[in-house]
Design a binder for this molecule. Structure first.
Ligand code: 13P
Length: 255
């Protein structure tokens, strides 16, 4: 497995934070701080911030993503947003299957698969989130959990389509808790995900496949995490709302 074959992706997940005017201010501050990044920089923002994010990042090296999309092309789904809507706006990435959606909004492995399908069919790049709960880790079923989530989400996804998929390993117990997986714990699961990709597709596909880590990644611990062989960047919540901290993580991934 060759880390040099992969370009790290540092993606912010703003979650339900920042009004459009606050988003504009944050991006204005962030832009110069990450202008020399040697990794891909993405901000995934609330739907209502997408327009301003696209305008403010135009001509910069910051890519814009949404935090979810529906599985249908259109229809009677009040309150939802469809992949073609995001595509037409110019949105490039979409987070699918975040644990907060699984935990609070009834997201299942099947709906994650369907949303992934819709995103890929509409030319969006998917940041697919997988991760075990504390209970699952303590019951020693971390790998089984990750395998089930990954296999179901990728059902029907071809090897060519895999170019537009990133997996973010986000242990649920490490999200927003300040508890980070150790470098070794994170790398162990990221490596497992890569071997799954090799089994499901090919070693070639696995070698170039980007697997991020997410869960309390910050300016202080990012360097150790992203230096791991199988950790190709991160999906960052809290620290992505602080431009200087997010820029430090981008810098760590650029080394
Ligand atoms: P925190 O970085 O706030 O722990 O959130 C991680 C996350 O859920 C990113 O998607």
């Amino acid at each position: 497995m060759n880390k040099a074959l992969r370009k790290a992706v540092i993606a912010g997940n703003w979650k339900m934070n920042k009004t459009p005017s606050e988003a504009k201010a944050l991006i204005t501050e962030l832009k110069p701080l990450v202008a020399n990044a040697d990794c891909d920089v993405v901000i995934c923002v609330p739907y209502v911030d997408l327009q301003v994010a696209l305008e403010e990042t135009a001509g910069s090296n910051i890519h814009v993503g949404a935090e979810n999309c529906h599985w249908a092309e259109s229809g009677a789904f009040t309150g939802e947003v469809a992949a073609p809507m995001l595509k037409e706006m110019g949105v490039e990435y979409v987070v699918i299957g975040h644990s907060e959606r699984r935990q609070y909004f009834g997201e299942t492995d099947d709906t994650v698969r369907d949303r992934t399908r819709a995103a890929l069919d509409n030319g969006l790049k998917v940041i697919l989130c997988v991760g075990e709960t504390l209970e699952q880790r303590e019951k020693n079923i971390t790998f089984e959990t990750i395998a089930i989530q990954t296999k179901i989400a990728l059902t029907g996804v071809s090897e060519a389509e895999l170019d537009n998929v990133i997996i973010a390993y986000e242990p649920v117990w490490a999200i927003g808790t300040g508890k980070t997986a150790t470098d070794e714990q994170a790398n162990e699961v990221n490596h497992f995900i890569r071997t799954l990709i090799a089994d499901l597709y090919s070693k070639e596909a696995a070698d170039k496949f980007v697997v991020q880590y997410g869960g309390s990644m910050n300016a202080g611990n990012a360097e150790g995490l992203v230096a791991q062989e199988d950790i190709d960047g991160g999906l960052i919540g809290g620290a992505s709302l602080k431009p200087a901290d997010f820029a430090k993580i981008v810098e760590a991934a650029s080394k």
